[in-house]
Design a binder for this molecule. Structure first.
Ligand code: TXA
Ligand code: MG
Length: 322
């Protein structure tokens, strides 16, 4: 039996399967089966009122899950599916509350990864799948990340190699009122605005707080090791001081190694946002496994192309220096 056939058997039996997508790996269950979806929440340790995205093969399945679908949704699906874009739409009444968190909306996405495209076409229905990580932790971008995450509790993982995009899908709400950007991601905000000819509302996290204190704000996409991010000059000074005080320190750098003492491990990151996104979760996981006292990160520029990466770095950081 092929891995895909085995995965289909498991999904039809109400079991979980970890699936590759072009963004991150997902922890999938039959979206029409509430008992199967409950297993996702149990394994992730995720609060039950958080909705999960339903993955479908393409726009031919949109109306199976959503109703009152606006023209904008069809245009976006046409332009960007299969791909890293999730649409929040009014749900069909039969969509389980376990999927929607009890809301009257549903998130839908057609992923582009060929392994999961094949799986979805053979499955016929929808696959509810959040990212395949424990609640709040860094999302997985390789099959090994998923195994590391769940250990002996790990379900079948379909290995599709390293995820191309590396950060989660862009989420757009198309309900009453103008389209809203709920999460920046693999499809750029400007691409969507150009296609629809509208400006997207987007509520960025508050930039006003000088310091993000761990525990005060929702920490998501975060490594276990404390991560402090900020402008290069602050990071250089703070990391050097921590190392001088005897801490084991690593820095995700953007601008080279100047100014850092040799006692600090430097992990260079690419200066291009697409390449950076592809590598960031793997880099955080690698550094997290090496037993450092503190990780530091030089923040990328605050420009449009970096929106999704900056959003994830903000959430991953336990402290942020501005
Ligand atoms: O790239 C992705 O989107 C990945 C891959 C696996 O497809 N999935 C992913 O799922 O990131 P998750 O569960 O980690 O994040 C989904 C986000 C959550 O923030 C959730 O609140 C939001 O989507 N979401 C899902 N359904 C929603 C709905 N009906 N209304 C508002 N937000 C929704
Ligand atoms: Mg997630």
């Amino acid at each position: 039996m092929t891995e895909t056939a085995l995965a289909l058997d498991r999904l039809r039996a109400g079991e979980l399967v970890a699936i590759p997508t072009e963004t991150v790996y997902g922890l999938a269950a039959d979206a029409a089966n509430p008992q199967a979806i409950a297993k996702i929440f149990a394994l992730k340790g995720r609060p039950a009122d958080h909705p999960v995205i339903v993955h479908i093969a393409g726009s031919a399945q949109l109306a199976d899950w959503a109703t009152d679908i606006p023209a904008h949704a069809w245009r976006l699906a046409e332009a960007f599916w299969p791909g890293p874009l999730t649409l929040i739409l009014r749900r069909q009444p039969q969509v389980p509350d376990a999927v929607t968190g009890g809301q009257d909306t549903v998130g839908l996405r057609a992923p582009a990864h060929p392994v999961t495209q094949t799986l979805l076409r053979q499955f016929g229905g929808g696959l509810a799948a959040p990212s395949a990580n424990r609640f709040g932790h860094v999302s997985p971008t390789t099959a090994q990340h998923v195994r590391d995450e769940f250990g002996s509790q790990c379900p079948l993982v379909l290995d599709g190699g390293q995820c191309e995009v590396g950060v989660e899908s862009t989420i757009i709400a198309l309900l009453d009122g103008p389209p809203k950007l709920l999460r920046p991601g693999g499809v750029l905000r400007e691409q969507i605005e150009d296609l629809l000819g509208v400006r997207l509302e987007h509520h960025r996290h508050s930039q006003s707080a000088k310091l993000r204190v761990s525990g005060l704000l929702d920490s998501h996409y975060a490594p276990r090791t404390p991560l402090i991010s900020g402008p290069m000059h602050s990071v250089r000074t703070l990391a050097a001081a921590a190392a001088a005080a005897g801490q084991r320190v690593a820095v995700l750098t953007l601008q080279g190694s100047e100014g850092y003492p040799a006692s600090i491990l430097l992990h260079p990151m690419p200066g291009d946002p697409v390449l950076y996104a592809h590598l960031i979760y793997d880099a955080l996981r690698q550094l997290d496994s090496l037993g450092f006292d503190t990780l530091y990160l030089e923040c990328p520029p605050d420009s449009a192309g970096w929106l999704a990466v900056n959003d994830r770095l903000y959430r991953a950081s336990h402290q942020r220096i501005v």
